[in-house]
Ligand binder design. Sequence first.
Ligand SMILES: *Cc1c(COP(=O)(O)O)cnc(C)c1O
Length: 395
Amino acid sequence: MVSHPSAAVAASRAAPATPAASPTGDPWLLTPGPITTSPGVKQAMLHDYGSRDSRFIAVNRRMRERLVAIAGGEGTHVCVPLQGSGTFVVEAMLGNFVPAGGKLLILVNGAYGKRMARICDYYGREYSVQETPEDVPNDPDALDRALAAEPAISHVAVVHCETTSGILNPLEAVAEVTARHGRALLIDAMSAFGAIPLDARAIRFDAAVASSNKCLEGSPGMGFCIARPEALAAAQGNSPSLALDLHDQWQAMERNGQWRFTPPTHCILAFDQALDEFEAEGGVAGRGGRYRENCRILVEGMRALGFQTLLPDALQAPIIVTFHTPGDASFVFETFYDGLSARGYVIYPGKLTVAESFRIGCIGRLGPDEMRGALAAIEATLKDMGVTNCAPVAA
Ligand SMILES: *Cc1c(COP(=O)(O)O)cnc(C)c1O
């Protein structure tokens, strides 16, 4: 159950065409971030803490410790937070850990894998790409062959849940192959961290990155890197960027508990509250369980309306679901989007190259009432549009 008693009660009474608004009156965000936050998380931001305030330093320390614990990295990994959106910390990870003489193999099946290749272009880092279609997971056997064939590859980069499609990549198998070949693993865990297990005791990685505003349900504004301290120490001097130098950020924070440059204080206070709520919900198991239920309600309801998912259920992460655009000539995505938005639900356009599609997220402070409310809004919007057949165009 989500923690909006009044909204939940309103939702259960509401007629399908008038679903409940969120407690702030803002639409529910069924997107991959920013996401809908709880009232408590928003409330936590109503303070102005100075960056040297001992209360702030204590919150910051607690946040770093808790993020390491979520990754099962106590005693083996450290947490280095960084200002900015998720891409900033992905870029920081690549710039810090892949040295000028190294080479990165990037496993690509969507936009976020491709973005890592672009970052390497900017930084002039050597890389190669092993690409599968957007609806096909990374191939650990092909990775095995590539690492055997190319000794120059020092690092492998993988996207845990590729948010472009919502596909879950085989992280454990990728990590096993990478470790067996003695290469270092870098993980973009942005849209999975906190909902899908990432356990440093079970898989070997040098660094994993995520952000405050996805499955941990904080506000946008910061990312963080969970890294092995030996790998971070070895990264000294690698970063082509001062602002994104994780080694420098880490060393400074270890010295006095402070951020090098203006910290996103409000975001960190909100994140501290979000982590309290995450723990109260039962950690990764509890959070992942709620999202799986959201995903199940959404997919079942959409299939009942005639929509088809891009992915088979076995490949679907409970984060964001891609649906084929209906072939019905009355379906226009912009009209559909606006109709849902007017009813209080924001969805996401598709980003695929393999098919016409749109996406609906399962993450953020959403529960069964909100998912059912979204389905009711979808049904009402389709009716207004005169869409009668939600099946995709025949391939
Ligand atoms: C959201 C996301 C990012 C970072 O995106 P920003 O818009 O910069 O926050 C990176 N990788 C994945 C897989 C993501 O889902």
